[in-house]
Design a protein around this ligand. Structure first.
Ligand code: OSB
Ligand code: MG
Length: 375
C-alpha cells in the first residue's frame, strides 16, 4: 500500500474517574491520533504518550513534534508491502517509540483491511477471547478503594491490580486481602521505591500477589535482579522493557518473572511481537498493559492480546471504565466472566466514530500528497 497522507490530531477527553499513580493524578486525557490514508483505505493509530513525561520521556508535545516533523515525512509517499516495513523507514529517528507505534500500528490496521483479514490474525493471534483485569489507581481513602475493588469484581474482572507507593501499600494490601483472601491481586509501583526499601518490599510477600510491577527505577533491570533474589513475589517489568533486547537481558539476569507488553512503549506491533516471542521461548508469561487509551488504542491492545503467550489477564478493560462515550463503534465490552470476545471482522473489528472524533479535536495537521495543511 502507498501511504498518501497522514493526519495527526490531538483530541481531549475527560476520564469518568480520575486515575492516580505514584507519579500523579490524571483527570482527563490529551490523546494524539494518527489517520493514515492510501489507495482508498483509511486506518487509525493512537499515540499513548502522556500529558507529561512522567511514565517515560515522551509526552504529547514531544510526540506531536516527532510525528509531524520527523516520522510522517519519513513514511509518506512510500509503498509498503507490509506494515513492518515502517520500522526501517523510521529507524534513523532514535527513541520516540510511542510516536512511532502510532504510525506503525495504523499501517498494520491498513494492511489487515487491504488483505481482508482480522488484525489479530495478521499479528499471529490465536485466542478467540482474552482475559481482562483492571488497574485501580490510588484513591482519596481506603474506603473508596474498597468500593472500587468491589465494583470491578462484580463486573467480572479476573485480576485486580492496585497502584501503590510508600504510604499506600502494606496497609492497603492488608485491608483488601482481609476482605478478599482469594482473588488474583497484583500491584504496580511505577518506580516508587529504591533498593533502600528492600526490607519494606520483602513484606509484600505476605499478600500472595501475582506480581509486583516495576518497583524500582524506570530505566533499570539490573537492580531489579538483585531485588528479585530477595523476594518471593514475581517482579513484572513494565517501564524498563523498551524492546526485545531488553527483554532478553532482563530475563537472563533474573530481573523479572513476568513482562507487561505495551505496544506503544516498545515502538509498535513488530517489536511487541518480538518481545512476546522472546518471553515465550524463555517461559516468561506476558500480559498486555494499558495507557488509558481511547478505543483506537484499546482495539489494538485487544488484537495484540490474542497472541499465545498473553496468558495472564491484561489491563485491557471496557471502554466505559474510562469514557462516557468512546470514539469507536462498538465500544469495547467485557463479559461477566471478565473476557473480551474477539471478532472475526476484517481489520480491528471496531470503527472510528469520525464525527465524534472531529468534535473532540483541538488541533490537526495533514501531511502528504495533495493534502491541505493544518487547522
Ligand atoms: O504503569 O501500567 C501502568 C496508566 C498510565 C501509565 C502507566 C500505567 C497505567 C495503568 C493503566 O496502569 C492501565 C489502564 O489503561 O487501565
Ligand atoms: Mg505499569
Amino acid at each position: 500500500m502507498k501511504i498518501e497522507s497522514i493526519t495527526i490530531r490531538e483530541i481531549q477527553m475527560p476520564l469518568v474517574h480520575f486515575f492516580e499513580t505514584s507519579f500523579g493524578r490524571t483527570t482527563g486525557r490529551r490523546i494524539i491520533l494518527v489517520t493514515l490514508r492510501g489507495q482508498g483505505i483509511t486506518a487509525w493509530g493512537e499515540c499513548v504518550a502522556g500529558e507529561h513525561p512522567h511514565y517515560s520521556e515522551e509526552s504529547v508535545e514531544t510526540a506531536w513534534y516527532a510525528l509531524t516533523s520527523e516520522l510522517a515525512p519519513a513514511v509518506i509517499g512510500k509503498k509498503l508491502e507490509s506494515a513492518a516495513e515502517c520500522v526501517p523507514l523510521m529507524a534513523q529517528i532514535r527513541g520516540n517509540r510511542m510516536a512511532k507505534a502510532a504510525i506503525e500500528n495504523a499501517s498494520w490496521a491498513a494492511e489487515a483491511v487491504a488483505k481482508q483479514v482480522p488484525l489479530w490474525k495478521l499479528l499471529g493471534g490465536t485466542r478467540k477471547e482474552i482475559a481482562c483485569g483492571v488497574s485501580i489507581g490510588i484513591q482519596d481513602s481506603p474506603e473508596q478503594l474498597e468500593e472500587k475493588v468491589a465494583t470491578e469484581l462484580a463486573a467480572g474482572y479476573q485480576r485486580i491490580k492496585l497502584k501503590c507507593k510508600p504510604g499506600w501499600d502494606l496497609k492497603i494490601f492488608e485491608r483488601i486481602r482481609q476482605r478478599w483472601p482469594e482473588i488474583t491481586l497484583s500491584c504496580d509501583a511505577n518506580s516508587a521505591y529504591t533498593l533502600a526499601d528492600i526490607e519494606h518490599l520483602k513484606q509484600f510477600d505476605r499478600f500472595n500477589l501475582l506480581m509486583i510491577e516495576q518497583p524500582l527505577w524506570h530505566d533499570d533491570f539490573y537492580l531489579h535482579a538483585r531485588l528479585q533474589k530477595q523476594i518471593k513475589t514475581r517482579i513484572c517489568l513494565d517501564e524498563a522493557i523498551r524492546n526485545a533486547r531488553d527483554a532478553e537481558a532482563a530475563i537472563e539476569l533474573g530481573s523479572c518473572g513476568i513482562i507487561n507488553i505495551k505496544v506503544g512503549r516498545v515502538g509498535g506491533f513488530s517489536e511487541a511481537i518480538k518481545v512476546h516471542d522472546v518471553c515465550q521461548k524463555q517461559n516468561i508469561p506476558v500480559w498486555c498493559g494499558g495507557m488509558l487509551e481511547s478505543g483506537i488504542g484499546r482495539a489494538h491492545n485487544v488484537a495484540l492480546s490474542t497472541l499465545p503467550n498473553f496468558s495472564l489477564p491484561g489491563d485491557v478493560s471496557a471502554s466505559k471504565r474510562y469514557w462516557k462515550e468512546d470514539i469507536i463503534e462498538p465500544e469495547v465490552t467485557v463479559s461477566k466472566q471478565g473476557t473480551i470476545a474477539i471478532s472475526d471482522a476484517v481489520g480491528t473489528g471496531y470503527h472510528a466514530r469520525e464525527d465524534l472524533i472531529e468534535k473532540l479535536t483541538v488541533r490537526k495537521e495533514t501531511i502528504g500528497t495533495g493534502a491541505m495543511s493544518a487547522s
